[in-house]
Design a protein around this ligand. Structure first.
Ligand SMILES: NC(=O)c1ccc[n+]([C@@H]2O[C@H](COP(=O)([O-])OP(=O)(O)OC[C@H]3O[C@@H](n4cnc5c(N)ncnc54)[C@H](O)[C@@H]3O)[C@@H](O)[C@H]2O)c1
Length: 282
C-alpha cells in the first residue's frame, strides 16, 4: 500500500512513467479507458526492458521484477490503494479536470495527484479537487525512461510537503527534478514553442524543406534532433494540443500561434511515429 503508484493513461508517456516507477521498485497500477492502449503500452514497456537487458543497462532479473511490479486495469476504483497517482492522459483541461474530480473521491485523504501535463494550469486542476495542496505537476520528458529532467510544478495551493514528496520520488526514479512556476508551458515547453513554430513557418513559406531544416539545426546548431523529427516523436496531435493550450493561456499572443500545417496533419491522421507517418515515414 505505502509504495503503490497509480499511472493514468497508458500512452507514450504513461507507459514510460509506469516503467520508470516499476524499475524503481514501486508497485504500479496502470489505468486507461482503452484495453488496446494498455496492450500497446505494456508491449512498449516489455520491448524497452528487453533492449535494456541487451545493452547491459539492466539485469534480466531487474527486468522481470519490473514486469511483475506492474498490473493494469480499466477500473479507476483500483487507484484506491495508490499513495501517488501520476496522470498522463490527453492534453485537455476538461478531461483532466473530470478525472481529478473522480480521483479526489476515490483516493485516500493523504494521497497526491500529480499531472504530467505539458502546459495546463496546475492551479486550475487543483481547484477542481478538495485537495489543491496535494495536486502538483510532475512533468517527464519523452522518452520518459531515458530523459533525466522532470519539471516539478507548484500550483498556487500546492503545499511544501507535496513538493518535497514528489521531488524525492523523482530522485528515487533516478531523475533530475527542477522546480518550475505554474505558467503556461512551464520552462521547457515555453522555450520549445518558437523551435517548432518558426520551423513550421519556414516550411509553410517554402523557405526550406523538412529535411533541410532538421539537417541544418542538427549539423550546424548542435541539436540532437531537428524540430520535425521531434514533433514526430512527441506526436503531432499532442504537440498541437500543447501549442493551442499555450496560445490560449497567453490570450492569443501572436508568437505562440499554432500553424495550419499542424492542424492539417492531425486531420490526416499523420501523427508521427505512433501512426507510422508524420513529417517522415517510419
Ligand atoms: N508526447 C510527449 O512527448 C509528451 C511529453 C511530456 C508530456 N506529455 C504530456 O503527457 C500527457 C499524455 O501524452 P501522451 O503523449 O502520452 O499521449 P498519448 O495520446 O500517447 O496517450 C494518452 C492516453 O490517455 C488515454 N486516455 C484518454 N482519455 C483518458 C481518460 N479519461 N482516462 C484514462 N485514460 C485516458 C488514451 O487512451 C491514451 O492511451 C499529455 O498531457 C501530454 O501533454 C507528452
Amino acid at each position: 500500500m505505502a509504495n503503490t503508484i497509480g499511472v493514468i493513461g497508458a500512452g507514450t508517456m504513461g507507459s514510460g512513467i509506469a516503467q520508470v516507477a516499476a524499475l524503481a521498485g514501486y508497485t504500479v497500477i496502470l489505468y486507461d479507458i482503452e484495453q488496446s492502449a494498455i496492450d500497446r503500452g505494456m508491449q512498449t514497456i516489455y520491448n524497452n526492458l528487453s533492449k535494456g537487458v541487451e545493452k547491459n543497462k539492466l539485469t534480466g532479473h531487474d527486468a522481470e521484477k519490473a514486469k511483475r511490479n506492474i498490473s493494469t486495469t480499466l477500473d479507476l476504483m483500483r487507484m484506491k490503494s495508490a499513495t501517488t497517482v501520476i496522470e498522463a492522459v490527453i492534453e485537455r483541461l476538461d478531461i483532466k479536470q473530470g478525472l481529478f474530480q473522480r480521483l479526489d473521491e476515490i483516493l485516500s485523504h493523504e494521497s497526491i495527484i500529480a499531472t504530467n501535463t505539458s502546459s495546463l494550469s496546475i492551479t486550475a486542476l487543483g481547484a477542481t479537487t478538495k485537495r489543491p495542496d496535494r495536486v502538483i505537476g510532475m512533468h517527464f520528458f519523452n522518452p520518459a525512461h531515458i530523459m533525466k529532467l522532470v519539471e516539478i510544478i507548484k500550483g498556487k495551493e500546492t503545499s511544501h510537503t507535496t513538493i518535497s514528496r514528489i521531488t524525492s520520488l523523482a530522485k528515487e526514479f533516478g531523475k533530475k527534478p527542477v522546480l518550475a512556476s505554474d505558467t503556461p508551458g512551464f520552462i521547457v515547453n515555453r522555450v520549445a514553442r518558437p523551435f517548432y513554430g518558426e520551423a513550421l513557418r519556414l516550411l509553410g513559406e517554402g523557405v526550406a524543406s523538412v529535411e533541410e531544416i532538421d539537417r541544418i539545426v542538427k549539423k550546424s546548431g548542435g541539436f540532437k534532433m531537428g524540430p520535425f523529427e521531434l514533433m514526430d516523436l512527441i506526436g503531432i496531435d499532442v504537440n498541437l494540443s500543447v501549442s493551442r493550450s499555450v496560445y490560449e493561456q497567453y490570450f492569443h499572443e501572436a508568437r505562440y500561434r499554432p500553424h495550419p500545417i499542424q492542424q492539417q496533419m492531425v486531420d490526416g491522421n499523420l501523427l508521427g511515429r505512433k501512426t507510422g507517418k508524420g513529417f517522415y515515414e517510419y
